[in-house]
Design a protein around this ligand. Sequence first.
Ligand SMILES: Cc1cc2nc3c(=O)[nH]c(=O)nc-3n(C[C@H](O)[C@H](O)[C@H](O)COP(=O)(O)OP(=O)(O)OC[C@H]3O[C@@H](n4cnc5c(N)ncnc54)[C@H](O)[C@@H]3O)c2cc1C
Length: 389
Amino acid sequence: MERADVVVIGGGPAGSSLAAGLRGSGLRVVILDRARFPRDKMCAGWVTPPVFECLGIEPEEYGQGRVLQPIHGFRVGVLGGRQSATSSEDVVSYGIRRCEFDTALLERSGAEVREGEPLRSLERTPLGLRVNGAIEASLVVGAGGHFCPIARRLMLGPKSEEPLIAAQEVEFRLDPAQARACPVAPETPHIAFLRDLKGYGWVFRKGDYLNVGLGRQDRANLSGHLADFLAELRREGRLPPDLPDGFRGHAYLLYDQAPRRLFDEGLALVGDAAGLAYPRSGEGIRPAVESGLLLARVLRDAPGDKLGAPEMLAAYERALLGRLGPRQHRPGVTDRLPGPLVRFLAARLLGHPRVARDVVVRRWFLHAGVPALGGGGEVPALAETPSGH
Ligand SMILES: Cc1cc2nc3c(=O)[nH]c(=O)nc-3n(C[C@H](O)[C@H](O)[C@H](O)COP(=O)(O)OP(=O)(O)OC[C@H]3O[C@@H](n4cnc5c(N)ncnc54)[C@H](O)[C@@H]3O)c2cc1C
């Protein structure tokens, strides 16, 4: 029987960051992913600078041979209402393609990666946990995204009642004629809140790629909301005329409403498996990366025979709650006001230049004032990474 200290189910940003944080610790870390990399992940691919910072990656270095779109501001408003564009001399965010980003992170993580290998079975044994009947581990970490099989064991209620964000998007390469005609400024993604503020749509150009999508708290009539959004974009002339079909759907949970436990004996969750996306923006890559690094910190300090012990994993939970705040839904003003009033105020306020800049962009989307998590771990520069994935 093969033995590992930590088996990670899923090699997305959460799983690879955990492995990167454990690099040099002496622990044997094995990542299983059902996909083969480079694999795509439905995502707008908008990444805030602290993600690169906490991983110790220089954006310029990352951008060599990969799409890295600097963002200097956002165009913000309510669907059909007033809009305003914010702008900064500094780069406030980046656009990446997940097939490239996730592969780069996984390659530099230093973990043994088994691609094309899904979790098939998990049994408790006297020595810990047995994965796929073949690997015994002290700790198994669920990093398999929203539908992670480990997360299913740690749900607090029925799956059907989870308050998820349902999303649909398409990402495609613009051909030269489309690229010339594309009216979306790459450095200024467009964000349009739905009138009831239960979600937003986006148009985001990353180099020669265009990503269009919409996410919403209430999954009823998602396609209808998407159709309204696209119709509005066409009216405003913001879409290339031949937008392809092929919108795909996915889901995730917001941190303040995710009814999932973060650990059980021998098991822990990171990233979307734990439901960590920021409530206002839905940004999930940063909390996924941070959760992986925080768990790694705790495991580095853990005695070898305590890796999966509840007291160690409780320390991870404390660290994560300390970082992201209490895990409870705090109703905002919009939850207390009647729907028509919310729509009336939203249409006027969110596109106001000051509200757009200081509240929507700086506070909700960029988390300005929340510095990068310190300590990217002992990870090599991207250039040193041996290829092979
Ligand atoms: C439409 C949409 C747009 C989004 N846009 C943004 C954005 O612009 N910026 C942002 O920060 N966040 C965005 N998010 C959220 C972001 O995509 C996620 O929060 C992020 O991918 C979480 O990373 P993760 O590593 O936890 O999971 P994932 O990235 O989902 O990775 C999970 C990995 O686990 C593997 N896996 C799954 N099941 C198994 C299994 N049974 N066995 C083995 N392996 C398995 C998968 O193959 C995958 O590689 C968006 C989400 C959606 C749906």
